[in-house]
Structures are given as C-alpha cells and as structure tokens.
Design a protein around this ligand. Structure first.
Ligand code: SER
Length: 597
C-alpha cells in the first residue's frame, strides 16, 4: 500500500481514537523539567510523570505524533535510514490495558490498515535477564495471533528492553515488530535486528512496568503501562517500496535542491553520504530553531552545542559538494514549506530560523577559512620540498582543530596534486581516541564529567595557570583542581593573598587570550620531549611514556589528558569569583566562564 506521511499520521491517530485513545498534541523538542536529556527523544518522554502514576488530564489511553531528536547516532547518518530528527507515532496505556490489547492492536493496524501480510511479520520479545523472567505472555499472544514460533525471537536485554529515556525513569521489556522485505538471509545468524537490510523495524511496544532509580536498580511501578513507537519516516519508506528515507516526500524536495546547488561531485559514495548528511542536519536544525519553546541557539553548551554541531557538520559537507555560502537559508525555507501544515510553529518562527542559520554559517566560515590558511601553508611547504603526500598527522590536525573532514582535505589536496596519507590519518585518529579514553580515565577524579561546559572550564584552568605564573611569578605551581559543570577550582602554590589588582590582571590576561580565539591543539610525545619543550607537566606519575601536550596557541603548553575546547574563543569570558587560602602556602581560586551562546 502506498501512503504519504500525512495519511499515515491520520490513519494511526484515527485507529487509536477508535480504540478509546485521546489524541493529544506532541510536546516541544526541548524537554521540560528533565535535566537528564537535552532533547525529547521519544513520545513517552513528555509523559514520564504520567507513566509514574500522575493522572493525565486526557485520560489513561493516549495517542499522538511526537517530534524527536536523537543525536547519539550522528555518525551513522548518511546511510539509508539513520536520522537525527524523526517523527514518532505512539499510543499509551497509563495503567490501563497491557500486553494483550497492545499487541493485538499493533497486529491489527499493521495487517488491516497498513496492508502488510501477516507472514511478512517477524517479532522479537524479551528473553529474560537480571532476575526478570522471559516474556512468555507476549510470546503466547503473538502465537494466538498466528505468528509461528520460528518468527518469534527471544532476545536479551540489549535488544528487547527499552528505556529509560535519560538515566532514570520508566522502562521495561519490549516486543519489536519487523517487516521482512523478502531478500535472502545474509547468513545463518540473520534475524530481526540484523543490519543486512532484510528485517526492517517498524514498531516497538514497550511494557513499562519498572522504574530505573538513580542507584541503577529496577523497582516495579505502581501501574502497568504501555508505550509504543512507530517511526514515520521509516514506515512510509517501507510502504512506498523505497530504499531510503531520503527518497520519501519528507526529504525529496530537499534532496533535489541540494543536488541543484552542488557544483562538485566527488566519488558517488562520498557525494551521496554528504547529501544525506546535509539534508538530515538541516531538517533537524530547522526543527530545533523553530521549536515553539524556543531558546536553543547555536552555542557551546548542551543543546546549543548539539545544534551548532549539526549546522557546522552540514556546512562542511556542503563545501565538499561545492555548495555556495548562504545555502542554509535556502534549504531551511524548503524544510519549513514542506512541514508547515503539520508544524505551524516552523512558519511562525521562520525569520528566527533563517537568521540564526545564516549567522552560524557565517561564523563557521571564518573557522574554515583559518583551516584553509593552515592547509595552504602546509601545501606550500610540501611543494617547496617536492613532496606529493600530505601526512596523516596534518590531515588529522585539520580535522581535529579546524573541523575538516578527511574527504574534504582529500579534495583540497587533489586540486593541488597531492595525495593524503589515509592510513596515517586513521592511525592518528585511533591514537587520539585511545589517548582521550586514557585521559578520560585519568581525569575521572578531577573532572566531574566530560560535558562541553567542563571541557571548556578545563581549558580555562590551563589559561589561568599560565596567567598566574605571569602575574605572580614562576613559583606558581598547580596543586590541584576540581571542575564541575558550573565552575573551576584551582589550587596553586603562592605564599600570600592575591591583591585585587593582581586578580584583575589575571582575569584580563585570560580574557585577552579568549578574545584572541587561539586554537587549542594537541600533540602526543614522550614526557621527556614535553618537558624539553617547556610544557607544564604536573602529576607526572600519572602519565605513561607517551603524553598528550595541549597548546593554547602560543600562550600555554601543558601536559594533560584532556579533553579540551577547540579554541579559546569558545570560553566566552572568564571571571574569578573567589581567592582564598587552601592550606599553608597554597591559595585557591574559584572561577567561572561565560561561554558564548
Ligand atoms: N519508547 C519506545 C521507543 O522509543 C517506544 O516508543 O522505541
């Protein structure tokens, strides 16, 4: 059966209305009262209080369409089905019906309203784990509906347990429905959940009967809930016999315009991936910026940072296709026009969406221009020495510091007749990842977590350290530090209270470095090499032979596990809140940054 997204939404809501559900509106993409996630990630998310027992004003059976953003899989975008924004159709029982009705209705809707044949359907159920038994009830229900045993797969928690949406909250075993597209199995292990493309997940019925506590335990909920979710994009893709979600009408006009705007076509695979990334990221950015709650703008922290990352990633890939500056506005208009009849907030916020995108695109162009200068410098040196290959290390630096994807560097290099040492790049990348992991472990004590905020405060600590040495003298040595997402605390050797004048001077130096927007770069070397370069190296016993040395431009050099901000400009501003004694001969500073948003 062929179906548009509009028809699918209607059909779904009407079906569940006929089963006694109240149609409620979808919530904002920006969660209310939930610090555990940055965006609404599922239809159940805004319903958490009701799943926990609070009475819902519309009753105990609800249905809706919910806008969702999930960026955990951002690197997978570019294949046929991963998206950072999607619409989820859902129906809920708040302590009302349970497995029998939920499964029977899912089956009825799929077979009688969407036209799938019962033998196209395979399902998975929870196999039991952690003292929670196998879901025999769901198995029996599926069997009673005519699904034979060989198409019912009992799988572990990893596959058949859903939630909580954040770190705590309602969760439970689920049963997932897959459409078998008829292609041969990829091997004896092929089953629903396999990524070969044979089985496509269409719906998930979650039986939310547990609450995950902050301690990580599962306590039974007062009521037995049902939470189901069906992805609009994937479902219409499948129903219309299309191979990718990007061919559906939700993306088609956007994809067509991207193709028109492209002036360069690298190899086919790279081009297709880039087009999809641009389309996905622009659509998500438009929905975030156009959200009725408002407030999320490109920035350096939390949700603002996710938005910035999406926009910038799209810009990078647009460059790869030779798309001219100013394209974000053009594509955003298409997204708004394509969706405004369903999401009128996009029309209402059209001006904000377009202005914010344009401004962020322009800001990022400046960073890219700096990367281009770096590239030109390296290319010039290579030519001078008659070399023809750009090192993996340089390609990695362009990626890490200036945000150039490898493919982009390869394009630039090819234009000048250079090859890029891909293997060297992969090695540098791996090394960086391993060191980051080590660093993360090393800093568990000092850094509360690795959010963007703490990362920036960490960089601020390096700048403060250096500024203190400049103002007070070389005797200043770090004695300890502690960072939360709110502030940094820095202990250092100094015999007396700092004067207000000295505090002001230190602040000015740090703010000046922030203003200069210096790149923060990292190199790995032996501890001996690092010391020879004059890098501040504290707690040396913690480090192995090879260490990471972070440089904030020409201002500071310090051995450290990281992670750090990419540029000092990201810190926004720096303020010392307190200077006090810590112990004999050791002073303590508490300071904050006012990261730009
Ligand atoms: N919360 C479940 C999911 O996201 C069902 O909606 O899959």
């Amino acid at each position: 059966m062929k179906l548009t997204a509009d028809q699918l939404r209607d059909k779904y809501l009407t079906f569940f209305e006929s089963k006694g559900h109240a149609v409620i509106s979808g919530a904002s993409l920006i969660p209310e009262n939930d610090p555990t996630v940055l965006f609404t990630t599922a239809g159940m998310h805004p319903l958490v209080p009701y799943l926990l027992g609070e009475p819902h004003p519309a009753g105990r059976r609800l249905t809706n369409v919910q806008k969702c953003v999930r960026t955990g899989d951002i690197d997978a975008v570019g294949d046929s089905c991963h998206l950072t924004f999607f619409e989820m159709l859902g129906n809920w029982s708040l302590g009302d019906y349970f497995k029998k009705e939920a499964i029977a209705w899912s089956f009825e809707f799929l077979t009688q309203h969407l036209g799938f044949a019962p033998d196209q359907l395979s399902v998975t159920v929870f196999a039991g784990e952690d003292g929670i038994p196998r879901d025999d009830e769901s198995i029996a229900i599926w069997k009673s509906l005519g699904i034979p045993e060989e198409r019912i797969y009992a799988l572990p928690k990893e596959d058949n347990w859903w939630g909580p949406a954040g770190t705590t909250g309602p969760c439970g075993p689920d049963t997932e429905m897959f459409i078998d597209n008829g292609q041969p199995a990829c091997g004896p292990e092929c089953r629903p959940g396999c990524h070969c493309g044979k089985y496509i997940e269409i719906w998930n019925d979650v039986f939310m009967q547990y609450n995950k506590t902050a301690e990580g335990t599962y306590e039974p909920l007062k009521q037995h809930n049902v939470d189901t979710g069906m992805g609009v994009e994937r479902t219409i893709c499948m129903m219309n016999g299309l191979e990718t979600v990007f061919e559906t009408e939700l993306f088609a006009p956007l994809m067509a315009r991207i193709k028109e705007l492209s002036t360069v076509r690298p190899d086919e695979e790279t081009a297709v991936r880039a087009e999809r990334i641009i389309a996905d990221h622009m659509r998500t950015s438009v929905f975030i910026l156009g959200d009725p709650k408002g407030g999320v703008k490109p920035g350096n922290i939390g949700a603002n940072y996710v938005l910035r990352r999406l926009i910038r990633r799209s810009v990078r890939y647009a460059k790869l296709l030779g798309i001219e500056s100013g394209y974000t506005r053009i594509l955003a208009e298409i997204v708004i026009d394509n969706y405004k009849h369903v999401y009128p907030e996009l029309e209402a916020n059209r001006a904000t969406v377009l202005d914010e995108l344009t401004a962020e695109e322009a800001r990022f162009e400046k960073t890219l221009a700096a990367g281009q200068r770096e590239f030109d410098k390296v290319a010039g040196a290579l030519k001078q020495h008659g070399q023809t290959t750009l090192s993996g290390r340089t390609a990695f630096k362009l990626y890490d510091t200036y945000g150039f994807p490898l493919e982009f560097t390869e394009e630039l290099a090819a234009e000048q007749g250079f090859a890029v040492d891909r293997q060297g790049y992969e090695e540098a990348f791996k090394k960086h990842q391993e060191l980051s992991k080590q660093g993360d472990a090393t800093f568990k004590g000092g850094l509360a977590d690795n959010t963007v905020a703490t990362t920036r405060l960490h960089t601020a600590t390096h700048l403060l350290h250096k500024a203190l040495q400049m103002v007070l003298g070389p005797h200043v040595q770090q004695k300890g530090s502690n960072i939360t997402s709110e502030r940094l605390r820095f202990d250092f050797s100094h015999p007396e209270k700092m004067t207000p004048e000295q505090i002001k001077q230190v602040e000015e130096i740090v703010n000046d470095v922030i203003q200069r927007n210096l790149p923060v770069t990292m190199e790995t070397m032996s501890i001996e090499e690092a010391k020879a370069k004059g890098a501040a190296a504290l707690f040396t016993a913690k480090y192995g032979e090879q260490v990471k040395v972070y440089a904030a431009g020409d201002f500071s050099l310090e051995v450290c596990g990281g992670p750090h901000a990419a540029t000092t400009g990201e810190l926004g501003g720096f303020k010392i809140k307190k200077e006090e004694s810590s112990s004999a001969g050791v002073r303590r500073i508490k300071a904050v940054i006012t990261a730009k948003t």
